[in-house]
Write a protein that binds this ligand. Structure first.
Ligand code: D6G
Length: 823
């Protein structure tokens, strides 16, 4: 609509980045948005006013960025992800804004304390772990590179659960993050799309006599409503859009119930549909095949595609330019339903011929695989698909039919191979393999670290690679240095900037210029002091939260990530017990004092992982309560690991534990964050650890354990975990103590399942074979720690060589290899 004429007053309380402008703006929002005067305002009122004042400063750039995209009609990138693990809102925004100093000045003059803002800051925990945090880092990099990119996801009302530790056990409580409102999002009730479910298909003949299918008699339909969140680039003019969908009930009633006269029940049934966006599934690397999850996936995919097509159609009358203007990246196979959904729209609604529609789809979609764990590869039973999405199932069958025809041409008389390639798994339960669908329907498939991409080509998707060798790529994951160095480690960031300038914030390769300074005694001393201060900060947090005092001179040995058997927190826990026993047996020993810090959530239904948490806490209680080992060994489990906690744990780490069973961790990004902050890594040759080793040099990292190939070998050639138990007295003693209830006097048998997994059920994650190598390598760690100068040099070398792990590099790779656009 035409713009009403404006009076010529450029400076309003909504813009201006000086501290006076900000103060005026905050005051105005307190009055006119929160309806408060200063004396009666609560900390939440003040938080909201500050948030709105900051948001105002983004709005102008947000509108003009979006306007520019509409004007110029560039190729747009759509990042579809079930998870965006953004972390704290306000502190996140401040990282990228160019008026931070003025902002702090304004707060100071208004008498608003940072702590009161922090307490009220919103933690957007809309993700489980690595995959969701990666999506958030990528949004940051895409905006910083000025790319016309959009994130699409779900506005879960409950994000990842809040983890409490009660008697050493994980207890989950709901993360009701929206309870105080969310000043950062703009609800857009006018961007609302219907999403259908259930029903049946009806076959017919179109005007040209061609057979057509129609999806009819759907019920429990729901509306997807947009909530927009601004994503600013770093110190630039770009503000991109993260659009999250919330489920809203339709206006229609359940007519049967309504006609029966039960109005109240009819209304309440309507509202049940809103459960679709209620809660994030808290499973990392595991898929349970639940109907609600399938509905969530379709809900967000359907709404996103309707929105993408609406935007495309504003400037294009036909679909001929679609794949030149639209790139859709599928963050894992979770959004793979977008492929049959686009086909349905093009074929059923827009009456495009199948072949044309398929060409458009394949050229539009690209797929990132994040895992090789079989339990994490999504499958949906045909029974469920037929019920919830009957038309999509038909389309998937048609895709499969055509695809297998092509595959049979390439591999005639090889029905075994055809079975493995098929999108449909026949046994044990007839199911649709979503990763296979994602590969067939995409022009590009990538793994997230070199080893992982190689494993995809040689093992997991081998037959696909043979069929489509050009489709496969590697794009090693990355992290944004704006959050994971500049913001979380201001002291180190300042030291680096003083030394090599500020360019590293947008070009992480510049950190290499730090290398000559390893010879500079004064620089090394400052580097060490910064680490010491970060350790002190971490120790303060732990003291406040857990009343455990850490020796700041001890080696801070840190393992933070989701709790999973393949990540082998158990290996580190066993090592803690072995260290304890050494100290008890030789009280006069003078080892390197060590503080072992764990944090991470376990999926609520994952019993073994939860038992590992209990074990760590039991070991911690015993060790921390023992006066014999005081100041020499401490074990801590920090509850409720999230982005905020990562921001103070990671800078304080001396040693980064990256000990997954080789061949299991697709990439890892915690490994990059800790190395960037100057921790040395102890790790297996797994995921991105290998590339970290290549970057920092093998003398500056502690590698141990079986290689991925050797792990494979133990599977084909046999593996006897008991051999290691019997031949290593230290390991035997450790396992016996755990088994015999030494750490759980009240429940002597509680840890039996962990012991059984190792000794009876074949130690599936090869903990025992790697124990000795791990323990020996830890001795090397201690030796090095006794030489602080050499340690510091290696710490600098680690940080200086992290350039390639910036998410800016990853995004540039996506632009070049997959999206075919220039940043
Ligand atoms: C954001 C910012 C707003 C803009 C809108 C565009 O909410 O200024 O108008 O995005 O949305 P689309 O029309 O591109 O979906």
């Amino acid at each position: 609509m035409p713009e009403p004429s404006q009076s010529a007053s450029p400076a309003t309380s909504h813009n201006g980045n000086g501290s006076e402008d900000l103060k005026r703006s905050i005051r105005n929002h307190l009055k006119y948005s929160q309806a408060r005067d200063w004396p009666s305002s609560t900390p939440l009122d003040r938080y909201n006013s500050v948030a709105l004042a900051v948001r105002d400063r983004l709005v102008e750039r947000w509108i003009s960025t979006q306007h520019k995209y509409h004007e110029n009609d560039p190729k747009r990138i759509y990042y579809l992800s079930m998870e965006f693990l953004v972390g704290r809102a306000l502190s996140n925004y401040l990282v990228n804004l160019d008026f931070k100093n003025e902002f702090y000045q304004a707060l100071k003059e208004l008498g608003i304390r940072l702590e009161e803002l922090e307490v009220n800051d919103i933690e957007m925990g809309l993700g489980n772990g690595g995959l969701g945090r990666l999506a958030a880092c990528y949004l940051d990099s895409m905006a910083t590179l000025g790319l016309p990119a959009y994130g699409y996801g779900i506005r879960y009302e409950y994000g990842i659960f809040y983890q409490k530790i009660v008697n050493g056990f994980q207890v989950e409580t709901a993360d009701n993050w929206l309870r105080k409102g969310n000043p950062w999002e703009i609800p857009r009730p006018d961007y609302i799309y219907p999403v259908k479910f259930y029903g049946t298909t009806r076959q017919g003949i179109d005007e040209e006599g061609q057979p057509v299918s129609e999806w009819v008699d759907t019920h429990d339909d729901v509306m997807a409503m947009a909530y927009d969140i601004p994503i600013p680039g770093y110190h630039n003019e770009t503000v991109n859009n993260l659009r999250l969908w919330g489920a809203r009930s339709t206006r229609e009633f359940d007519l049967e119930v309504f006609n029966e006269g039960d109005y109240i029940q009819a209304v309440s049934r309507k509202h049940e549909s809103e459960t679709i966006s209620k809660v994030l599934y808290p499973n990392d690397q595991n898929m349970w095949g639940k109907e609600l999850r399938l509905k969530q996936e379709y809900f967000f995919v359907s709404a996103s595609l309707q929105d993408i097509i609406r935007r495309y159609k504003r400037t294009h009358a036909t679909y001929s330019q679609f794949s030149n203007k639209v790139a859709i990246q599928l963050n894992d196979a979770h959004p793979a339903l977008a492929i049959p959904e686009l086909m349905r729209i093009l074929v059923d609604k827009e009456c495009r011929p199948w072949e044309e529609a398929w060409e458009i789809a394949v050229q539009t979609f690209a797929f990132t695989n994040h895992t090789v764990l079989p339990e994490a590869l999504e499958k949906w039973t045909v029974e469920l698909m037929a019920r919830v999405l009957p038309r999509h199932l038909e389309i998937i069958y048609e895709i499969n039919h055509r695809f297998l025809k092509l595959a049979r041409k390439h591999f005639p008389k090889d029905e075994k191979r055809i079975e493995r390639l098929s999108l449909v798994e026949e046994k044990p339960v007839k199911s649709i393999r979503m990763s296979n669908l994602a590969i067939v329907g995409s022009h590009a498939v990538n793994g997230v670290a070199q080893l992982h991409s190689d494993i995809l080509k040689t093992r997991v998707f081998k037959e696909y690679y043979e069929l489509f060798p050009d489709r496969f790529h590697n794009i090693t994951n990355g992290i944004t240095q704006r959050l994971w160095l500049k913001s979380c480690n201001p002291e180190l960031a300042a030291l680096i900037t003083r030394t090599v300038g500020e360019e590293w914030t947008t070009n992480l390769d510049v950190l290499r210029q730090l290398l000559p300074y390893v010879k500079d005694k004064d620089f090394c001393r400052q580097w060490r002091e910064v680490k010491q201060n970060n350790k002190a900060r971490l120790a303060r947090h732990i003291q406040e939260e857990l009343s455990i005092e850490l020796n700041p001179d001890s080696l801070f040995d840190v393992q933070v990530k989701r709790i999973h058997e393949y990540k082998r927190q158990l290996l580190c826990a066993l090592h803690a017990v072995a260290l304890y026993n050494r100290l008890k047996e030789n009280p006069s020993a003078d080892p390197v004092p060590r503080s072992i810090i764990f944090a991470g959530k376990a999926a609520p239904g994952y019993e073994m992982a939860k038992l590992v948490i209990k074990l760590i806490n039991s070991i911690a209680d015993k060790i921390n309560g023992d006066p014999d080992t005081r100041d020499r060994l401490k074990v801590v489990f920090v509850p409720n690991y999230n982005v905020t906690k990562a921001e103070w744990i990671i800078p304080g780490a001396d040693l980064s534990e990256q000990v997954s069973t080789a061949g299991h961790e697709a990439s890892g990004t915690g490994n990059m964050k800790m190395a960037l902050n100057g921790a040395l890594t102890i790790g297996t040759l797994d995921g991105a650890n290998i590339e970290i080793r290549d970057q920092v040099g093998k003398d500056n990292i502690f590698i141990f354990g079986l290689t991925a190939e050797e792990v494979e070998h133990t599977r084909t050639q046999g593996y006897r975990p008991n051999k290691y138990y019997e031949s290593n007295p230290e390991l035997k003693q450790t396992l016996d103590m755990i088994r015999d209830g030494y750490f759980a006097p009240g429940h002597p048998h509680i840890f039996q399942p962990l012991i059984d997994s190792l000794l009876v059920h074949g130690d599936p994650y090869r903990v025992l074979v790697d124990f000795d190598g791990y323990a020996q390598t830890q001795k090397k760690v201690e030796q090095l720690y006794l030489d602080p100068e050499t340690w510091t040099r290696k710490s600098i070398i680690n940080s200086a060589n992290m350039g390639m792990f910036s998410s800016d590099r990853s995004i540039r790779d996506y632009c070049r290899l997959i999206w075919n656009i220039e940043p």
